[in-house]
Design a binder for this molecule. Structure first.
Ligand SMILES: CC(C)(COP(=O)(O)OP(=O)(O)OC[C@H]1O[C@@H](n2cnc3c(N)ncnc32)[C@H](O)[C@@H]1OP(=O)(O)O)[C@@H](O)C(=O)NCCC(=O)NCCS
Length: 153
């Protein structure tokens, strides 16, 4: 992303829960966005959203797995904005905020078996996360667990 792009990143707040749920439902059919769960995650821990004009166009949020380990619980970039560096910029901003909160590592599972996911989508996501420095630490035929150290020590 460049400064001339009309996409702005900012921390998420519980007020973004409805727009995030609508984005999930639009981009990830037939999944339904659980507004209360999303709001809880935005309230509890750092998150990042991308806003295009007035529209929320991307998000990433997470949940605590251990005092120093966070799970990146969901991320979506609107289809028309993909491959423009929005995802990369959001992850960089989130990782910095998580490290400031004392998290030493981030993990998540990418699965081809989730409702609404295709093999192509899972392959794209895996390429994205490998390029962000995440490592596959365990895999089944359908799912892969990724991990990355955020701060040493
Ligand atoms: C995965 C996703 C979040 C990536 O967001 P994005 O904004 O398109 O990603 P970026 O433009 O920042 O891509 C950064 C890098 O990731 C890799 N990458 C991203 N999309 C890729 C693709 N389709 N094929 C191969 N590599 C890809 C590349 O290394 C890319 O850098 P480059 O463009 O300089 O080559 C987006 O595709 C998405 O929302 N997918 C649907 C939901 C999803 O799968 N979420 C993740 C669940 S684990």
């Amino acid at each position: 992303m460049t400064a001339s792009d009309e996409v702005r990143l900012r921390p998420g707040t519980p007020h973004d829960a409805e727009a995030i749920a609508l984005l999930i439902e639009r981009e990830n059919r037939p999944r339904v966005g659980d507004r209360e769960r999303i709001a809880r995650r935005l309230e509890a821990l750092p998150s990042v959203v991308a806003v295009e004009g007035e529209e929320l166009a991307a998000f990433i949020h997470c949940r605590r797995m251990a005092p120093d380990i966070v799970e990146l619980s969901n991320m979506v970039v609107a289809a028309h904005l993909r491959r423009r560096g929005v995802g990369r910029a959001m992850v960089a901003m989130l990782e910095a905020a998580l490290a400031e909160h004392g998290f030493r590592a981030a993990v998540f599972v990418n699965s081809r078996l989730h409702l609404g996911t295709t093999d192509e989508r899972a392959t794209t996501a895996r390429a994205f996360w490998l390029a962000r420095g995440y490592t596959i630490v365990f895999a089944t035929a359908g799912s892969a667990m990724f991990a990355k150290v955020l701060t040493e020590g």
